[in-house]
Design a protein around this ligand. Structure first.
Ligand code: PMP
Length: 398
């Protein structure tokens, strides 16, 4: 997990990149694999019986196998999309909305990214359903109030982030699953693993979720590729999301029947090159080990949090950071400098951090701030990165 493995850092040797929650930098092995696909494997999948097409198809299915193994799933339950946003929109629109009734409840949390808010807002409005937010209690999600909502027996779906992209707070989905089992067994649990996937081992067999979505680009992979994992029994009975080539069993003039999962959910030309390159990202991560990555990132996040805590003029959005409850994301504000100005000042020092509401406006409203600056740590960040960041933050004057 050396910066030398990531060509962008050779181009910008003094860059301190702390915007990993937005997207991660790419290892050379992934970039090379992308080029390799287009120079020596490029053909469309599933439609040709000539050698190149077979090669591309095999490569694409190998990507599915590798992703499946990474999250302890089976390949037929891995559906490739263009990203988390696409996945959540598809699920809301094509899985949930058709059977949503007036008075049903859709439950999300106050931590959510706009991608896990807006699709639910829209379908709730379309169908006269009600969107409910779980808030925080004692620095975690208020699971008790979630239990109360489930007791109404009206909750159609709960869709939760596994790790906030602003505060890093993790959700206890097994606890949510227990509540579902106890009070409302038909409620579906969707997990947004966009952040979690890069920092901790995700095992679908003990995640608690029925459906999990994430994006490859936040996991050191290419942009334009996402994953939906669908629980096997659910995948069998789930209707297709999009209609088009590659997802049918038979098409007649006025009717059609669908292929099995995962083809059923992948109409059209899939992101084959990206999937092929993603194999190399995952192999690279596996060669280091997510546990090693997690331990290193936790150390850096703690160091940054404690360092900022000691500085005057800064307010951290989280009051008791510890790495068992939070991922390596530290958000803060300055008492008298606007977040955008602060990010600009950091940028003058070659420190890349995001400022604003990070597509989580309801969370910022809830925390009583308009915006924040966010340091999100990735596997290649170093102690020197954090020391330098703290030094710069300390010396910022208005
Ligand atoms: N959910 C969360 C928690 C995120 O952090 C993000 C990206 N910032 C998304 C969803 C959307 O991901 P993408 O832009 O890759 O679709």
């Amino acid at each position: 997990m050396n910066k030398q493995d990531f060509p962008l850092f050779s181009k910008y040797p003094s860059l301190i990149y702390l915007d990993n929650a937005a997207t991660t930098q790419k290892p050379a092995v992934m970039i090379n694999a992308l080029e390799e696909f287009y120079t020596s494997k490029n053909a469309n999948v599933h439609r040709g019986i000539y050698e190149l097409s077979e090669l591309a198809s095999a490569e694409y299915e190998q990507a599915r196998n590798i992703v499946a193994k990474f999250i302890n799933a089976s390949a037929q339950n891995i559906v490739f999309t263009s990203g988390t946003t696409m996945g959540l929109n598809l699920l809301a629109k094509y899985l949930i909305e058709p059977t949503l009734k007036a008075g049903d409840l859709l439950v999300i949390s106050i931590l959510e990214h706009h991608s896990n808010i807006l699709p639910w807002q829209e379908i709730a409005q379309n169908k006269g359903a009600n969107l409910k937010y779980i808030e925080l209690k004692d620095n975690e999600l208020d699971y008790e109030s979630l239990g109360d909502l489930l007791k109404t027996n009206k909750v159609k779906v709960i869709s939760l982030t596994m790790m906030s992209n602003v505060t890093g707070l993790k959700s206890d989905l097994m606890r949510v699953k227990d509540l579902i089992r106890q009070y409302s067994p038909n409620t579906l649990l969707i997990a947004d693993a966009a952040q979690y996937i890069a920092h901790e081992k995700l095992d679908v067999t003990n995640s608690g979720a029925d459906i999990i979505v994430f994006s490859a680009h936040k996991l050191y992979g290419p942009m334009g590729l996402g994953v939906i994992w669908i629980e096997p029994k659910l995948a069998k009975k789930m209707a297709p999301l999009f209609k088009g080539g590659g997802m049918i069993s038979k098409v007649e003039k006025f009717t059609a029947t669908w292929a099995q999962s995962p083809e059923r959910f992948e109409a059209g030309t899939p992101p084959v090159a990206a999937a092929s390159a993603f194999i190399s990202s995952i192999e690279y991560i596996n060669s280091i080990g997510l546990d090693t990555i997690k331990a290193k990132e936790a150390e850096l996040a703690n160091m940054l949090y404690q360092g900022i805590k000691e500085l005057n003029n800064y307010r951290l959005l989280v009051s008791d950071y510890n790495s068992s409850k939070y991922g390596p994301v530290i958000a803060f504000t300055h008492n008298s400098i606007h977040s955008h100005d602060l990010a600009q000042l950091l940028s003058y020092e070659n420190i890349a951090m995001r400022s604003g509401h990070h597509c989580a406006q309801p969370l910022h409203d809830y925390l009583g701030v308009l915006s924040s600056v966010r340091a999100s740590i990735g596997m290649y960040n170093t102690i020197e990165d954090i020391e330098r960041t703290l030094e710069v933050l300390k010396n910022i004057r208005i």
